[in-house]
Ligand binder design. Structure first.
Ligand SMILES: Cc1ncc(COP(=O)(O)O)c(C=O)c1O
Length: 397
């Protein structure tokens, strides 16, 4: 025998959408014209002020190792921004600059949870949660997000799943894949429950700037304990600033947790590139015109996509309050989520994701991302409608 994989490696699942992306790219290589609703990657380029700042930093020699915790100026910028957006100012030692928001999930679980401990997690939810939980030998305890509750995580459902093994609750609002935005009251309730049961609240806020209706509606559970006792906020630059390829995030949490997460970062990747961090400072403190323009465009696309989907017999779609996704119910078409996604790719050249990629709670749903132009959305809707109509014809025969 050559070698044996570790149990942890055997538990790794990764993110299923990257597999779909590889399949789609293969079809494109064969000359197929695919409408891309699958991946959550903004089609906008990073705003020029951010790109120029990174270029200047590179030219100025910001190309060396730097502090593992992040540039002092960046952490100061995060303190200022947190004060403005969440109403409290964390100490500098509560702030860690990270190579993506995704990795904060892993850092936090690794530093706070032991094998066999339980983590409460939304279902459907961002696939990295499940993969990181399983990799660390912890146990995911799923909270179903119900369509009749507009996919908002219900604090009472969470409370009902707390046991003496629960160490962490993962909260994500606005949410991937459903776009659900929890009410400020629900968020406060979650913070109360975490406090009552002395468990860590991991608040994934990567879509915090992406709320459509009432921009002041965003509420973070961190406003309650100021990230000093049990709340860890994960934030990222990928979505709101169209910076998916830059790999930049920020974690805020209790000082001792952040210190350990910083050591884990140091152990695994040393530090985040300083020129990327300079761009991050410009993203949060610089001109926000492009960011607001992107949000307006996403709103229009969401409206177009939701209206288009609801016009197709057998599909019903709620209007999400935030993020860049819609999550229609396709069960009345008679196909499972996977069959629907496969059928759309094969017969209509439309790429979208089965809801079950996000957990068993996504059964009967698919996820579409609004990161393509309005004409392409219209084309995608037309193709889906036609493919669903062909299905019905077949059934009738
Ligand atoms: C809920 C959620 N958290 C975290 C991430 C990861 O973001 P990043 O690109 O910063 O790693 C994503 C990306 O899709 C997400 O949807």
């Amino acid at each position: 025998m050559k070698y044996r994989l570790s149990t942890a490696a055997g538990n790794l699942e990764g993110q299923p959408m990257f597999k779909v992306l590889a399949k789609v790219q293969e079809l494109e290589r064969q000359g197929r014209d695919i409408v891309h609703f699958e991946i959550g990657d903004p089609d906008f380029d990073t705003p020029p002020n951010i790109v120029n700042t990174a270029c200047e930093a590179l030219k100025n020699g910001d190309t060396h190792y730097t502090s593992s915790m992040g540039l002092h100026e960046f952490r100061e910028a995060v303190r200022q921004t947190t004060s403005r957006t969440r109403g409290f100012t964390p100490s500098i030692d509560q702030v860690l600059v990270t190579p993506s928001a995704n990795i904060i999930v892993y850092y936090a679980i690794r530093c706070l949870v032991n094998p066999g401990d339980e983590i409460i997690v939304p279902d459907p939810g961002f696939p990295s949660y499940y993969s990181a939980i399983n990799f660390c030998g912890a146990v995911p305890v799923r909270v179903p997000l119900r369509e009749e509750n507009e996919f908002r995580m219900d604090p009472e459902d969470v409370r009902g799943r707390i046991t003496d093994r629960t160490r962490m609750i993962i909260l994500n609002s606005p949410q991937n894949p459903t776009g659900a935005v929890m009410t400020p009251e629900e968020i406060d309730r979650m913070a109360e429950i975490a406090e009552e049961h002395q468990v860590v609240l991991f608040s994934d806020e990567v879509y915090a700037r992406m709320i459509f209706e009432n921009r002041t509606a965003f509420r973070s559970p961190s406003t309650r304990d100021h990230c000093r006792k049990r709340t860890i906020v994960a934030n990222g630059f990928s979505k709101a600033f169209a910076m998916t390829g830059w790999r930049l995030g920020v974690a805020i949490g209790p000082e001792d947790v952040i210190e350990k997460m910083g050591l884990l970062l140091q152990t695994t990747s040393s530090c985040v590139s300083p020129f990327i961090q300079r761009a991050g400072i410009e993203a949060i403190l610089g001109d926000q015109t492009a960011v607001l323009a992107m949000m307006n465009e996403y709103r229009e696309r969401r409206d177009l996509l939701v209206a288009g989907l609801n016009w197709i017999p057998g599909i019903r779609c709620l209007k999400p309050g935030g993020a860049i996704y819609v999550f229609p119910n396709i069960s009345a078409t008679g196909l499972s989520s996977e069959e629907f996604a496969d059928h759309m790719l094969e017969k209509a050249s439309v790429a979208l994701l089965p809801g079950t990629n996000f957990g068993p709670g996504g059964k009967g749903f698919v996820r579409l991302c609004c990161a393509i132009s309005k004409p392409r959305i219209e084309e995608g809707i037309r193709r889906i409608r036609e493919a669903v109509a062909n299905l019905e014809m077949k059934e009738k025969k």
